[in-house]
Design a protein around this ligand. Structure first.
Ligand code: BGC
Length: 770
C-alpha cells in the first residue's frame, strides 16, 4: 500500500448564444454582470451558503489557507499530516486509498481539528478504482455516452466505499497528436464527441447531483489546451489561436461545467505564454464570468510552485499570489499558497476577500457533498463493493463495447471450429498491461489477461499454447513504475531471445489460428509517456511478420491507448481487433469477441495515421490549395490516414438508405430531423453508430471539410431494418470566427452526410436562414 503511493518521490513535478451574436473571449467575455450562482438560489443552496458563511466568519486567515491546501500523505515535511490536521493546515489529501486510514484521518479532522471541518480525499479514479474498466480513450470508442456514464458511476461506487469522495477526472483534453501519451486519458480528437463523453462522465461520477449517494465529485482537467503540447511532448508549451481554443479545445470543458462538474483542475503548461495555473483569462474570464462555474479550481501537482519554472512568477511568494489572484482555489502538493498568502494579504498583494471566496467555494463543495453531515464512509460497504460481481459484469460489458474491429478479411473472425489456438506476444499474459496506465489502486490479481480469457472461453474445446515471443521494455523508467510496474522482461541472452522467437513461430505453425497480442506496455502511454515514433515497440513487428509468413491465420489483438503504426498489418494480417487497455475483465471480453459471443461495435475516436510524420492528424481539417491531391501532400508517402475517424467494423453488415431531412431550410436557432433507414444485412445481431457530419460551404472564415454534429449507437437483430432519426440542432453549427471575433451561426448552405464513419457518403444539403 505505501509503495503504491510513494508517488514520484515528489519529483514529479460557449455557451452558444443562439441567434444573438455574443461577443466572447478577451476579446470580451467578461461582459456579463456577476450573478448569484444558480445553486445558491435554491433553498438547499441558500441553507448551505448560510452554514458556510457562518463557519467562514469564525475561521482565522491561517485556517482558511489550510483549507486551500491539498497534500499527499507521504510528503516529507517537518510537520506530520496528523499535526497539520490538528492545526487546520490542510483541507484535502490526495493519494490515500486505504479505507481505515481515511477513516482515521477524517475522525481526527472532524473530532479534533479546528471547527470540525471534514477533509476531502481525492484520487485519480480515471477508469475504475479496484475494478478497472477500459481506458477513457476506449470509452470514447464505444460512441455510447451511456456506457461511459455507467462505467464512471461504477467506479464511483468502489471509490466512495473507502471514503475517496473526489476524483481527478474526467480529462477532457482534445488530442490530435498520437505522440502525446495522455491521449489515452481523454476522448480523442473531436470536440463534439469529446463534449458528449465529458458530460456523461461527469454524470457518472457525480450522479444526479453533487452529494448523490455512492457518487463522488468530478474534476474536469486540465484547463485548458494541454492536449496541444508542441511536438506531442508532455507538459510542453501550447500555442493556440482563439479559433482553435473556442471551437476545438474549450467545448468539452464547457459541456462538463454545464453538466455540473464540481471542480476544475488547472493545467501544467503555458497557454499562449501564460501558464494555465496563473491564467486569469481561463480561470476567471472564461470559467467563472462566462460559464458561471460555481465550484472550485484545484491546481495540478506542484503547478503553483512551478509558475516560477516558467519564468512567469518571480519566486514562490509571487507564484502563490499570481495563482490565487488568477483563480486557483486549492493548491495540489506544493504549498506556497499555504506558506505565503497570509503575508501577501498583509502586504495588500491579495485581498482577504479573494481568500474568502476561494475557501467559501471549497467549503460549499464539501457541504454539497454531504461531508459535514456524513463525514465517514460506511466501511461495511467496502467488501460488498470492491470487485463485486456487478463490477466484473459491467467491466466485461464495457470492454466488449469499446473494442474496435479494424479488419476482418474473409470473415476470419469470429473463430469457428478451431481445435488449437496459439496466444502469442509480450502482452498476452500481463495483468498490468491489460489494465492500462492510471490503474493505481486497481486490483492486479483479479485481472483476466487475454491468455486467461481465451483459456476460459476456448479451453474446453481447443488446445491453447502460449509464449511471449519477444520482450518489450520502455527503456527509461516511468514516473509510475514504483507503484504500478509493467513486468520487466527476465534478462536473457541474444541466443535465448532468438530461441524464444523461434519457439513462438513454432507454436504459430502448430496451431489452427494464432492470436498475437501486441501493442504497448501500460507504462508506454499515459503521463510523461510521449513518443518519437508510433512503431510496435521492440521486435513485435518482426514477430508479427514472421507469424504471417507461416501462412497460418493470424489475428492481431492490440493493447494500446494511442494509434500505433500498423500500416503493414493493415494489408497483411487478416483480422485486427483494437482492444485498447480493456481492464480487469479484458481477457474474458476479448475472448467473447473472438468467439462471436459478443460483436464488436466500437468506432475510432481518433484518426489513425499511417506514419508518425502525419501528426497531428484529424479529420476536421480545412481544405486549402490542391483539394484534389489531399492524400498526396508528402512526396515520400501518403498523407491519407490509415483508418478514418469514426471507423470500425462489425460481424454484421449494415446498409443505409433513404436519407431525408425534415426541411431544406431552417432558421438559425431551430433544428432539423435527419432520418435514415438502416438495415442489418448480416446474419448476426450487431450495433452500428450513425454519424452526422456537416460542412458550411462559405462564411466569414474557412470551415472544416466535415464536423461531427450528431451520433447514435443502435443495436440491430439479424435482418432488422429501422429508421434512425437524429436531431441536428443548428446551435451546433455555430462557431467562433477569427474574422468577426464573434460566436455565431452564420446563415448559408450546408452539406450534410450521414454514415458509419467520417468518410460517410450519403449526402444532402440544407440552408440556414437568418
Ligand atoms: C496529473 C493530473 C493528476 C495529478 C494527481 C498530475 O501529474 O497531471 O492529471 O490528477 O497528477 O495525480
Amino acid at each position: 500500500m505505501s509503495f503504491r503511493f510513494a508517488r514520484r518521490a515528489l519529483i514529479h513535478p460557449l455557451a452558444l448564444c443562439g441567434l444573438a451574436l455574443l461577443l466572447v473571449s478577451g476579446i470580451g467575455p467578461a461582459v456579463m454582470a456577476a450573478q448569484a450562482p444558480a445553486y445558491e438560489s435554491t433553498p438547499a443552496g441558500a441553507k448551505a451558503a448560510r452554514f458556510v458563511d457562518a463557519l467562514l466568519g469564525k475561521m482565522t486567515l491561517e485556517e482558511k489557507l489550510g483549507q486551500m491546501s491539498q497534500i499527499p500523505l507521504n510528503q516529507k515535511e517537518d510537520v506530520t499530516p496528523d499535526e497539520r490536521i490538528l492545526k487546520g493546515q490542510v483541507g484535502s489529501f490526495l493519494f490515500v486509498t486505504d479505507a481505515k486510514e481515511i477513516d482515521r484521518l477524517q475522525h481526527l479532522a472532524v473530532e479534533r481539528g479546528p471547527h470540525h471541518i471534514p477533509l476531502i480525499f481525492g484520487f485519480d479514479v480515471i477508469h475504475g478504482f479496484r475494478t478497472i474498466y477500459p481506458v477513457p480513450l476506449a470509452l470514447a470508442a464505444s460512441w455510447d455516452p451511456a456506457e461511459a456514464e455507467r462505467v464512471e458511476s461504477m467506479a464511483a461506487r468502489e471509490a466512495s466505499a473507502v471514503g475517496v469522495r473526489w476524483t481527478f477526472a474526467p480529462m477532457v483534453d482534445i488530442a490530435r497528436d498520437a505522440r502525446w501519451g495522455r491521449m489515452m486519458e481523454g476522448a480523442g480528437e473531436d470536440p463534439y464527441l469529446g463534449s458528449r463523453m465529458a458530460e456523461a462522465e461527469v454524470r457518472g461520477f457525480q450522479g444526479a447531483e453533487i452529494g448523490s449517494p455512492n457518487h463522488i465529485l468530478a474534476c474536469v482537467k486540465h484547463f485548458a489546451g494541454y492536449g496541444a503540447a508542441e511536438g506531442g511532448r508532455d507538459y510542453d508549451s501550447v500555442d493556440l489561436s482563439d479559433e482553435q481554443l473556442w471551437n476545438v479545445y474549450l467545448p468539452p470543458f464547457e459541456a462538463a461545467v454545464d453538466a455540473g462538474a464540481g471542480t476544475v483542475m488547472s493545467a501544467y503548461m503555458d497557454l499562449n505564454d501564460v501558464p494555465a495555473t496563473g491564467n486569469k483569462f481561463l480561470l476567471q474570464d472564461v470559467l467563472r464570468d462566462k460559464w458561471k462555474f460555481d465550484g472550485f479550481v484545484v491546481s495540478d501537482w506542484d503547478s503553483v510552485l512551478n509558475l516560477t519554472t516558467h519564468g512567469f512568477a518571480a519566486g514562490p511568494e509571487d507564484a502563490a499570489v499570481r495563482a490565487v489572484n488568477a483563480g486557483v482555489d486549492m493548491e495540489m502538493t506544493s504549498h506556497v499558497m499555504r506558506d505565503n498568502l497570509a503575508e501577501a494579504v498583509k502586504q495588500g498583494l491579495v485581498k482577504e476577500s479573494t481568500i474568502d471566496e476561494a475557501v467559501r467555494r471549497i467549503l460549499m463543495m464539501k457541504y454539497r457533498l454531504g461531508l459535514f453531515e456524513h463525514p465517514y464512509a460506511d466501511l461495511s460497504r467496502v467488501d460488498a463493493e470492491e470487485g463485486s460481481a456487478a463490477q466484473h459484469e459491467a467491466a466485461k460489458e464495457a470492454a466488449e463495447r469499446t473494442a474496435v474491429l479494424l479488419r476482418n478479411e474473409g470473415g476470419l473472425l469470429p473463430l469457428r471450429g478451431v481445435k488449437s489456438i496459439a496466444v502469442i506476444g509480450p502482452l498476452a499474459d500481463s495483468k498490468p498491461d491489460t489494465m492500462g496506465s492510471w490503474s493505481l489502486a486497481g486490483n492486479v490479481a483479479d485481472t483476466v489477461t487475454v491468455l486467461a480469457g481465451i483459456r476460459n472461453r476456448f479451453g474446453a474445446t481447443a488446445t491453447i499454447s502460449s509464449t511471449e515471443g519477444v520482450e518489450i521494455e520502455r527503456g527509461q523508467p516511468s514516473i509510475f513504475d514504483s507503484q504500478f510496474p509493467s513486468p520487466d522482461p527476465a534478462p536473457t541472452t541474444e541466443a535465448e531471445r532468438e530461441a524464444e522467437f523461434r519457439h513462438a513461430i513454432d507454436l504459430v505453425k502448430q496451431a489452427d489460428v494464432s492470436v498475437l497480442v501486441l501493442g504497448e506496455a501500460q507504462n508506454m502511454s499515459g503521463e510523461r509517456a510521449s513518443r518519437l515514433s508510433l512503431t510496435l515497440p521492440g521486435k513485435q513487428e518482426q514477430l508479427l511478420e514472421a507469424a504471417v509468413a507461416t501462412g497460418k491465420p493470424v489475428v492481431l489483438v492490440l493493447l494500446n491507448a494511442r494509434p500505433l503504426n500498423i500500416t503493414w498489418a493493415s494489408t497483411h494480417v487478416p483480422a485486427i481487433l483494437d482492444a485498447w487497455y480493456p481492464g480487469t475483465e479484458g481477457g474474458n471480453a476479448i475472448a467473447a469477441l473472438l468467439a462471436g459471443d459478443a460483436n464488436p461495435g466500437g468506432k475510432l475516436p481518433v484518426t489513425w495515421p499511417r506514419s508518425v510524420g502525419q501528426a497531428p492528424i484529424y479529420y476536421a481539417h480545412n481544405l486549402t490549395q490542391i483539394p484534389h491531391a489531399r492524400d498526396a501532400m508528402y512526396w515520400d508517402g501518403s498523407s491519407a490516414p490509415l483508418y478514418p475517424f469514426g471507423y470500425g467494423l462489425s460481424y454484421a453488415s449494415f446498409r443505409l438508405s433513404n436519407l431525408r431531412l425534415s426541411a431544406v431550410s431552417v432558421k438559425a436557432g431551430g433544428s432539423l430531423a435527419v432520418s435514415v433507414d438502416v438495415k442489418n444485412t448480416g446474419a448476426v445481431a450487431g450495433d452500428e453508430v450513425m454519424q452526422i457530419y456537416t460542412h458550411q460551404r462559405s462564411g466569414s472564415a474557412s470551415r472544416p471539410v466535415r464536423e461531427l454534429k450528431g451520433f447514435r449507437r443502435v443495436s440491430f437483430a439479424p435482418g432488422e431494418e429501422k429508421t434512425v432519426t437524429l436531431t441536428l440542432n443548428t446551435k451546433e453549427l455555430g462557431f467562433w470566427s477569427s474574422a468577426t471575433h464573434r460566436w455565431s451561426i452564420e446563415p448559408g448552405t450546408f452539406d450534410l452526410w450521414v454514415g458509419t464513419d467520417s468518410t460517410a457518403t450519403d449526402h444532402a444539403t440544407f440552408n440556414v436562414l437568418p
